[in-house]
Design a protein. Sequence first.
Length: 157
Amino acid sequence: LIVPMCLLPAVTALKLDHGDNNIFTQIGLLVLVGLACKNAILIVEFAKHLQEEHGRDAKTAVLEAAHLRLRPILMTSMAFVMGVVPLVLATGAGAEVRHALGVTVFAGMIGVTGFGLLLTPVFYVFVRRASRHVEADAARHTEADSPGHLLSPGASS
């Protein structure tokens, strides 16, 4: 769910820069998908650990996980963004290719970081609540369909 939202800033920046969709742009988008997934996995795994090991509810767990993983995610993202600045400012032979890749990953990484930190906790809580409701419905249907239900005291013959 987070991946399309993270690619939006990269594609928007590319269109605003009048860039073209070439193989280097597509490689940049693939890199962004990987980094978006990595950041989301960091938050989700931490939240699941806090829920299972410390008994926290989904909202508290994911907020604490996002808080604990904020610095590592920001440090990785900002190092990446600063590392691609030379690609964005490229001049000389082959600059068009480097510029297209640089603009894509520069804007995209800012979007990956922003959307990832804001939307991953929201999606996590939403999915955990939805899965809890599905599990409760399945348990009710299993209980109602069990043969023991028909043989229980008070059941009419």
